[in-house]
Write a protein that binds this ligand. Sequence first.
Ligand SMILES: [Ca+2]
Length: 183
Amino acid sequence: TSQWLMVILLLVGLLFSFGTLTDQPGFCQNHWVPYAGHCYYIERSKKIWKEASTACHKEGAFLASIHNIEEHSFVISQLGYGRLSSHYLRPSDELWIGLNDLKMQMLFEWTDGSHVTFTKWQTGEPSHASEECVEIFSSSGKWNNMNCNSYRGYICKTAKSKWEISDRLSNTNGRCQQKGQTP
Ligand SMILES: [Ca+2]
């Protein structure tokens, strides 16, 4: 009947919408690394946690949240630890992520508002101290709560953009051009 046809069309429509969401097309800015619908940026210059968080906001991002072992593995793979043999070039060992318990002690939250579904604490962490921000160790990928006023590199994360910002903005009167979606 036509009712069933409507239901089928609705389901096909939903599947199509879901498909386009899970395909996760989109763009990342230069120097941002795409992964599973998001873009990541690792900044080596050190800031206190609050300033690192603000720096991510200025890029339309948040300090990174990490939600599963796959995403955690991806982040570690981007940290570059051990890839550079020169001691001089070795990346900093600790980077801020978005996890913090600034609102309520020992209740850790992500700055991007996502639920805490996964953690990778170093053994013995989080310590019951006035350490309200969380760093990730480049070497092991383990997490440690730390004094927020410590200087650390940091990782920003944002959703992929539907729009690619053209490199030739001046030639297009500042308009963004929508190009073909990435595979
Ligand atoms: Ca700690």
